[in-house]
Design a binder for this molecule. Structure first.
Ligand code: HEC
Length: 395
């Protein structure tokens, strides 16, 4: 019992830290992109300054100038923005261990998709994380990334192919988290392995009175553009575990493909707007079409649908029998499932009254999607899901 309580609190602490660090990171990164795009050249700026911007916040006015190379003299105190990114990754990885690796049988494996042991699933997750990042890094270093559009399209196909593969190896929830973790790792590694080291080399060259290699700045910029376009999709993937209709329905990988396309398109709107160019309003038309497509796809039902049509009118006794035999070992005031000490999310499914009261939740998690039982550990059948769906649709 203590192990279970400890893991619950560790999960809260790491999640809290993860969200705060990510807010600080993404927030400062959005801020700097918008700032960069709003800088305007003016008469009388110091040498080496490409533009300035005025802002008002917290009761004072800020006048910000950007030195394209560096000022003739570097200030003693220079603020770096890196710990936001590093903390996001470290806390995210810790959270992934607590939630996904230590509960791999529930959240990473789905035996009806592939019969893996928790250890195999964990190794697959770690291995594919490292491999995907290495492939991305190799593609960037080979110079491919300089061809922006082909690289973006290739990267898109790469991520969709990975998603398709993951949804055929891991549980839907595990797969969504895996692709999110890969994108997040790529983004943090861009800061850690390229953007910050290159910036350090540039500063060192300036201090030594040499002119820095322009390639350093260019590579850093390239990576920060990638990060910019990956921000919105990674956030959807990270919160997707709260939405069974996204991760546990038949076309879950197509939904990810749409999200991966929509994120960059929406970023484009803000990038253009902050540049002072005409706002590309068409973006919202595409976003709306994408969201409608996701909603329709998510209604396609769980992965393994019943071969038979929905049973006409199931009796409540049938429903109760299914829920009692497939759900209540965990969702009871005193669960009997190993490792579960209290009813998960306080959802009780151990009496007729509780089952009736939770009809919508049962439908979303076990009839319209296959999110519950987690990893289908109690082996609910497609026919049983169909009966639950008929009950929920008819009531
Ligand atoms: C092996 C134990 C187990 C079994 C069996 C199980 N659940 Fe769950 N259930 C969980 C866990 C763990 C969570 C919390 C998931 C999380 O942390 O996101 C959960 C969460 C839920 C939730 C809350 C989702 C939300 O909104 O956050 C519902 C509803 C639910 N289960 C319904 C069911 C139904 C219906 C069944 C049977 C078809 C079922 N569960 C079988 C363990 C189980």
């Amino acid at each position: 019992m203590w192990a279970s309580i400890l893991s619950e609190w560790l999960s809260l602490i790491f999640r809290w830290l993860h969200v705060v660090a990510a807010v600080a990171w993404i927030g400062s990164s959005f801020y700097f992109i918008a700032l960069d795009l709003s800088l305007r050249p003016r008469e009388g700026l110091p040498d080496g300054v490409m533009g300035e911007a005025w802002q008002v916040h917290g009761g004072g006015f800020y006048r910000i100038m950007k030195y394209l190379v560096a000022p003739s003299e570097l200030p003693d105190e220079l603020t770096w923005f890196k710990w936001e990114a590093y903390t996001t990754w470290l806390s995210g990885f810790a959270l992934m261990i607590v939630v996904y690796y230590l509960n791999a049988d529930l959240f990473l494996v789905d035996k009806s998709i592939l019969d893996l042991t928790p250890l195999q699933a964990g190794l697959f997750s770690l291995g594919s994380l490292a491999l995907a990042w290495l492939l991305y890094e190799a593609a960037c270093r080979s110079g491919l990334a300089q061809h922006e559009l082909p690289f973006a399209l290739g990267g898109y196909v790469f991520l969709v192919a990975l998603t398709f593969a993951f949804t055929h190896v891991l549980s839907g929830r595990g797969a969504f988290n895996q692709i999110g973790a890969i994108i997040g790792t790529i983004m943090v590694a861009n800061v850690f392995a390229v953007i910050i080291p290159n910036q350090k080399k540039i500063v060192a060259a300036l201090l030594a009175g040499q002119s820095p290699d322009p390639k350093l700045g260019k590579a850093g910029k390239e990576r920060s553009v990638h990060n910019n376009y990956l921000t919105l999709p990674v956030l959807v993937l990270m919160i997707s575990n709260h939405y069974p209709l996204l991760f546990a329905t038949r076309y879950n990988w197509v939904i990810v493909a749409i999200v991966l396309a929509l994120g960059p398109v929406i970023r484009h709107f803000f990038n253009e707007r902050h540049k002072g160019r005409p706002s590309p309003w068409w973006v919202w038309g595409i976003a709306a079409i994408g969201m409608i497509a996701i909603a329709l796809l998510s209604a396609a039902g769980p992965r393994q649908s019943a071969v038979t049509a929905l049973p006409a009118a199931p009796t409540f006794a049938q429903v109760e029998e299914i829920v009692t035999s497939r759900c209540s070992m965990c969702h009871a005031s005193e669960p009997v499932w190993d490792g579960i000490v209290t009813a998960p999310k306080a959802v009780l499914l151990d009496s007729a009254e509780h089952i009736r009261r939770n009809m919508r939740l049962i439908a979303r998690n076990a009839a319209w999607s296959g999110a519950m039982p987690p990893g289908n550990v109690t082996e609910i059948t497609p026919e049983e899901r169909a009966i639950l769906a008929a009950w929920a649709n008819g009531d």
